[in-house]
Design a protein around this ligand. Structure first.
Ligand code: ADP
Ligand code: MG
Ligand code: ZN
Length: 470
């Protein structure tokens, strides 16, 4: 029987703002001393009044525009009521009926909505007691919800969810909306998962939490879909209940946490302390859309088109914006597409492969590529010079090549002399070649390369050796 594997994602991201969502307290995810960034508003003293943070709303609008969503004209904040020690008001300010963004699309998933809420405090459980830290309480938190997406296999579903999450993190980085570090909990992915034998009717879903990396997103979804599939196959699907499950990183398993509450339990209602908002009046949306920075997908297209960069390389730049800026500076100097491709090879394999990486000026790196492309230095020498350049950022590659006698030797006279010396010193190998052993020739070329510290042009060296040995 063909099963359908369904995944819908909910992603929370702490927004990068100077202050919290409804008060002037510092929004500092790195604050180590508990209860430092707090005030009567974010600790819910009676009578304290919230004031919305415009920057946070702006971030959510930008995310909406970047995802191709619709920005609400009318929007408001609601109270989501529940009791928990880390939520001092007894409710969380969130959005219910009128989210800032509806619709949109990213990496195969349709977006349902993106809304704004406030983060909770954090609990610390000791042996006999618990402590609450309110530094995080009231930090602006964006929530994105996707539509459920149907996949043909558990692997495909798991992979797609990880790809989506990673792409969304990039979008947040590019927009400067969030640091979105998953390990630090600045971005939190929850996966809603179900399996069904019928296309039209979805199965009971569970929600998986505690996903602290893209790898856990993928593994947890795969695990959970497999678990459900197994239950279906054993005709025990009634054992699948709507619940929240955690991901146990150590055991690589999901486990039941609690039965899921439904939205009517929260008694949502509009927060009377906060103003209704008309975003089309409060923001110049056209201008904001025009001024959006280049997004990851646009960058991929541009790099392919303008530089002919191969896909794996493009991904390296997309994920590493400062490397991308450097690469583009080099490309501007080189201009020639063949050289730009060569530069990209050296950057993504040789430069990134170095143990110790220092800054190299774009001019110097471009010169290194020119020397290589014009056969003035061999590729082995290029790698050696590169390693020297990272330790001394001001020295140019041609200076290094000249000073150390590394410029490629193609001069027949000079190379003939060296070849004769090599043949003298390796007479047995030379004899082997004369007897028809082809490999012996390469060993002589190798000896010449060593003798010249890699600066002999290997093609020319080979020709000369062949001539001398005939
Ligand atoms: P809830 O009210 O339980 O929060 P929602 O309808 O708001 O449920 O959906 C929450 C998330 O669950 C969304 O990302 C949605 O795509 C996803 N979802 C809904 N139904 C299913 C299902 N049957 N299987 C997988 N994901 C689902
Ligand atoms: Mg929900
Ligand atoms: Zn505060």
């Amino acid at each position: 029987m063909a099963y359908h594997f369904v995944v819908g994602l909910e992603v929370h991201a702490e927004l990068a703002t100077r202050t919290k969502m409804f008060c002037g307290c510092k929004n500092d995810p790195d604050e180590k001393i508990p209860n430092t960034n707090i005030c009567p508003v974010c600790t819910a003293h009676p009578g304290a009044l919230p004031v919305p943070n415009k920057k946070a709303i702006e971030h959510v609008i930008k995310v909406g525009l970047a995802l191709g969503g619709k920005i609400a004209d009318f929007t408001e904040f609601d109270r989501k009521n529940y009791f928990y020690p880390d939520i001092p008001k007894g409710y969380q300010i969130s959005q219910y009926k009128y989210p800032i963004v509806t619709g949109g699309h990213l990496r195969g998933f349709d977006i349902t909505r993106v809304h704004l809420e406030e983060d909770t405090g954090t609990n610390k459980h000791e042996k006999d007691f618990s402590l609450v830290d309110f530094n995080r309480a009231g930090v602006p938190l964006m929530e994105l919800v996707t539509e459920p997406h149907v996949f043909g296999s558990a692997e495909e579903a798991a992979k797609a969810a990880a790809v989506f999450s990673k792409e969304f993190q990039l979008v947040l980085w590019y927009l400067g909306a969030s640091e979105a570090n998953m390990e630090k909990g600045e971005m939190r992915v929850e996966a809603n998962i179900s399996v069904s034998p019928e296309k039209k009717k979805f199965g009971t879903k569970v929600e998986v939490k505690n996903l602290n990396s893209f790898r856990s997103v993928e593994r947890a979804i795969k695990f959970e879909l497999d678990r459900m599939l197994e239950l279906y196959k054993e005709r025990k699907e009634s054992e699948i209940v709507q619940e929240t499950r955690g991901w146990d990183e150590e055991k690589q398993k999901t486990y039941s946490q609690r039965r899921k509450e439904s939205s009517h339990d929260y008694r949502y209602f509009p927060d009377p302390d906060l103003p209704k908002m008309h975003l089309h009046e409060a923001f110049d949306l056209k201008k904001m859309e025009k001024e959006l920075p280049e997004l990851p997908e646009e960058k991929r297209k541009r790099y392919g088109r303008d530089y002919g960069t191969k896909n794996e390389d493009v991904e390296v730049y997309v994920e590493n914006p400062s490397l991308a800026v450097w690469f583009e500076a080099i490309a501007q100097i080189l201009r020639d597409k063949r050289k730009v491709k060569l530069a990209s090879n050296y950057i993504t394999t040789d430069y990134l492969g170095l143990d110790k990486r220092g800054a190299i000026r774009a001019e110097n790196f471009a010169e290194l590529i020119n020397l290589t492309a014009e056969n003035k230095i061999s590729s082995r020498v290029a790698k050696d010079i590169l390693a020297k350049m990272v330790t001394d950022s001001d020295i140019s590659p041609s200076e290094i090549a000249e000073k150390e006698g590394l410029l490629q030797k193609s001069d027949e006279g000079e190379l003939t002399q060296i070849a004769e010396k090599i043949i003298m010193a390796n007479q047995k190998v030379a004899e082997d070649y004369k007897k028809g052993k082809e490999a012996a020739l390469m060993s002589l070329v190798g000896a010449m390369m060593r003798e010249t510290k890699g600066s002999a042009n290997p093609q020319v060296a080979k020709q000369i050796l062949v001539k001398l040995l005939e």
